[in-house]
Design a protein around this ligand. Structure first.
Ligand code: GRG
Length: 294
């Protein structure tokens, strides 16, 4: 199966799970529940679920049902970050996944609350998943919490906002990107691995893969921001340049950023060489990260 057919299949599977788990749109408070569903169900590449599933497949040879539930939880958390990132106080965007952002389609208060609810809901979904020994019962929640919090995604977002208008270095860009975007991608791999009962060495390998692929993803996202149109991306582009943002393109230029992202993908693939043929899906996903159209 080629990568776009594979991602379409992942999207179908994870959306079935999300639809089953999310509160019905009609349940009071209906506006909030409609906004949550609007944020989560409206497209997206579902890359984090695909990585979570592929990491599990690498260990178990298949994707056990609880891993799909974990993948749905991760996607809820990702959707929250997009909703809040688009708010006027953050990136102030009106377009996401080719549609109006949540605060435009609804209103700002609803977008804040829908984001809050999705963040919390992610842990409600994750908590009941059985965790194989020797991992602690709370291991999956701990992974997601540390990746999403002030030492991970939110910390990266904070550093990103503080960096606007400042001169960037390779180190500062990678520090921020590793947290803002890389932490959740790494966690998706680790959660898939842990839920599938990975041994310590395999977990470390998949973790390193996720770290490199996650950083590559954000560096390539900066390239796409500089080279694509809003129609291609389904979100506004040229943001880094217009905001004087300290992104990868500001540091390395477009071709240099492409090269850095490709080198990181090579590192990601090197980390999982031990899995041989079982790592094929993860290698395809890593290649997709730096060749994707949007
Ligand atoms: C806590 C108030 C508050 C805000 C949080 C944490 C945060 C805001 C934002 C997270 C940082 C963020 C949005 C990083 C961008 C990462 C990124 C490139 C997202 C786009 O991911 P894709 O391309 O999107 O996978 P799709 O639409 O395909 O799911």
């Amino acid at each position: 199966v080629n990568i776009s057919d594979h991602l379409a299949a992942v999207a179908g599977r994870v959306e079935t799970e999300l639809d089953r788990l999310l509160p019905p749109a009609s349940e009071p408070p209906a506006t909030l529940h409609r906004a949550m569903r609007y944020a989560v169900m409206g497209g997206g590449k579902r890359l984090r679920p695909a990585l979570c599933a592929a990491a599990a497949e690498c260990m178990a040879g298949c994707v056990p049902d609880p891993v799909w539930r974990a993948a749905a939880a991760i996607e809820c958390l990702h959707a929250y970050s997009l909703v809040h990132d688009d708010l006027p106080a953050m990136d102030d965007d009106t377009l996401r996944r080719g549609r109006p952002t949540v605060h435009i389609a609804f209103d700002e208060a609803t977008a804040i609350l829908a984001g809050d609810a999705l963040l919390t809901f992610a842990f409600e979904v994750l908590a009941p998943i059985p965790v194989p020994a020797p991992y602690a019962a709370g291991a999956l929640s701990l992974e997601l919490a540390t990746a999403a919090g002030s030492r991970g995604m939110v910390g990266g977002q904070s550093a990103d906002l503080a960096g606007e208008g400042r001169t960037a270095t390779a180190e500062s860009v990678e520090w921020t990107h590793t947290r803002k975007t890389g932490a959740l991608i790494r966690a998706a791999c680790r959660i898939g691995a842990i839920a599938a009962g990975a041994d310590a060495a395999s977990l470390a390998a998949l973790s390193r893969y996720g770290e490199c692929a996650g950083l590559a993803f954000q560096i390539f996202d900066d390239v796409l921001d500089a080279t694509s149109t809003p129609e291609q991306m389904g979100k506004s582009t040229g943001r880094d340049a217009s905001k004087g943002k300290a992104g990868a393109v500001a540091v390395w230029g477009i071709e240099g950023a492409r090269r850095r992202a490709s080198a990181l993908v090579d590192e990601a693939c090197e980390a999982i060489r031990v899995f041989g043929a079982r790592g094929a899906r993860l290698r395809d996903l890593a290649a997709f990260v730096v060749s994707r159209p949007a």
